[in-house]
Design a protein around this ligand. Sequence first.
Ligand SMILES: C[S@@+](CC[C@H](N)C(=O)[O-])C[C@H]1O[C@@H](n2cnc3c(N)ncnc32)[C@H](O)[C@@H]1O
Length: 265
Amino acid sequence: MPAEGVELTPSPQILTKTEILRLANLFLSSGVTKIRLTGGEPTVRKDIEDICLELSNLKGLRTLSMTTNGIALTRKLPRLKDCGLTSLNISVDTLVPAKFEFMTKRRGHEKVMNSINAAIDLGFNPVKVNCVVMRGFNDDGICDFVELTRDKPIDIRFIEFMPFDGNVWNVKKLVPYSEMLDTVMKQFPSLKRDQDHPTDTAKNFTIDGHEGRVSFITSMTEHFCAGCNRLRLLADGNFKVCLFGPSELAVSMAEYGSGSCLLLD
Ligand SMILES: C[S@@+](CC[C@H](N)C(=O)[O-])C[C@H]1O[C@@H](n2cnc3c(N)ncnc32)[C@H](O)[C@@H]1O
């Protein structure tokens, strides 16, 4: 979130639950099998539990995921699980509370960490933890995150810092995958590459004796466009074909293609 905030889309322009379900149904009938609710921040939506419940009852859905900042999650999580949420990504870029406050411009580090632990206790396995690595901010904390995977079913996903509107991106802040890999390898020499699926966005690794795993999302230095089968539907119903592209499309349902993963932003 840029310091000056963002312009919020007026509510009448945001998809209603009924519209979301109708679109999801159309995508599922065209072969999509996975839906991820992301954002923005999905947990701020008042009807998020109902949306999950009704999505999870749709024919053809195999995985219902959510990517969240974890701040308002702990209390909602048991109900979300009961409503059919099957997989969870929680974003946190540092394990140091003071850095968290500096980077996010808000408090809440403890709440996020509690959400991660609550998700583990509820049996989400793995709990994916998304960490965007930025040089000079949190690159010194990479191995501390990896350490979490020793005894917990956490998949720590180190994400290369991407340029988005207003995030003051600078190539000097980008820590390339190769460098992150070296850092982890030095401290955890048994790090081994897993066999990834062709549509995986992450390069996945395991470490001997660790319960969780380590992944890298290398959008900047080794893109995965060839295997990408994601469709992104924005909160206002527009369609974003590529996370890197600025363009949004308003497409009639007849023109939507098929893929296996739909992200509802
Ligand atoms: C945009 S957030 C939206 C969902 C939710 N609010 C959250 O914080 O997870 C989705 C994911 O994108 C990641 N992300 C945000 N800015 C990024 C950037 N500049 N480069 C790479 N990933 C980024 C976040 O860390 C998060 O894991």
